[in-house]
Design a protein around this ligand. Structure first.
Ligand SMILES: Nc1ncnc2c1ncn2[C@@H]1O[C@H](COP(=O)(O)OP(=O)(O)OP(=O)(O)O)[C@@H](O)[C@H]1O
Ligand SMILES: [Mg+2]
Length: 239
């Protein structure tokens, strides 16, 4: 589904991603872990086209994304659930969702035929959003905002969902609930790249794990491989 081949990404003169390679297979959920500031969000920004890599390749089902605009990459089936959620505070829940769908369709005048996400389908996965559909974005709890951020990404009909720390700042019970829904989305066939600092959540959802440090991938393996390596867990994940 997704392949990053030795990508190098900069912010101006600041050299952040120093040769990152990773893969997400079709229908797979993969975690990208690591401490603060190691380059997780920059990896996501590189994929979605906000901060394109200066070197290396990114392929989505064999299609080169590296020189495409963020709008085109989105239309090709990459959905983003950004860190900090970034929902529209002055639109209702329903408007947040429909605006995303409209924007997705407006890109190049064609919609991604796969997925077929609609309001009722989003409400099926997140009944709470239906209950709150007339509430403003800024009138939601953190958990509801996160559900809305995920729902909004789904309305663009992604094949690959990039999720940047969906559990950040949420109470354990809410994390469990959202984690359950992410697992259902995976079981429905969506491919997922999950950036997390919540290891329990990553282990529950993901088939494979990558760990980053200082702009490089320093571990790649199954969750059981990782859990067996206490030194690595301690050094790079602080547990
Ligand atoms: N817009 C930017 N301009 C310049 N430097 C940036 C910018 N965004 C991030 N950086 C730097 O790039 C490095 C990687 O940041 P990034 O946001 O990718 O880390 P992260 O792993 O997502 O961290 P966190 O877990 O805190 O979200 C950090 O040193 C950060 O200070
Ligand atoms: Mg980040």
């Amino acid at each position: 589904m997704l392949e990053l081949q030795d990508i190098h990404t900069y912010y101006g003169a600041s050299y952040v991603l120093q040769g990152v390679s990773l893969q997400v297979n079709e229908g797979e959920a993969v975690a990208l872990l690591g401490r603060n500031g190691v380059g997780k969000t920059t990896t996501i920004r590189s994929i979605i086209g906000f901060t394109p890599p200066r070197q290396g390749q990114i392929l989505l089902r064999g299609v080169q994304l590296t020189r495409l605009s963020a709008a085109t990459i989105s239309r090709l089936g990459v959905g983003l659930v950004p860190q900090g959620r970034r929902i529209f505070p002055n639109l209702t829940v329903r408007e947040n969702l429909t605006v995303a769908a409209r924007n997705a369709r407006n890109v190049g005048g064609i919609s991604n035929p796969e997925g077929g996400w609609t309001l009722p389908k989003v409400y099926h996965y997140f009944p709470r959003l239906q209950e709150r559909q007339k509430n403003m974005g800024n009138d939601l709890s953190g958990g509801e905002q996160q559900m809305l951020a995920i729902g909004r990404a789904l309305m663009t009909n992604p094949q690959l969902l990039l999720m940047d720390e969906p559990s950040e700042g949420l109470a354990p019970l809410v994390v469990r609930e959202i984690g359950g829904t992410i697992r259902q989305l995976k079981e429905a066939g969506l491919s997922i790249l999950l950036v997390e600092q919540n290891l329990k959540l990553a282990f529950e959802i993901c088939d494979r794990i990558y760990i980053m440090n200082k702009g490089r991938i320093i571990f790649k393996g199954s969750s059981s491989d990782l859990q067996a390596d206490t030194t690595l867990m301690h050094q790079h994940l602080g547990v």
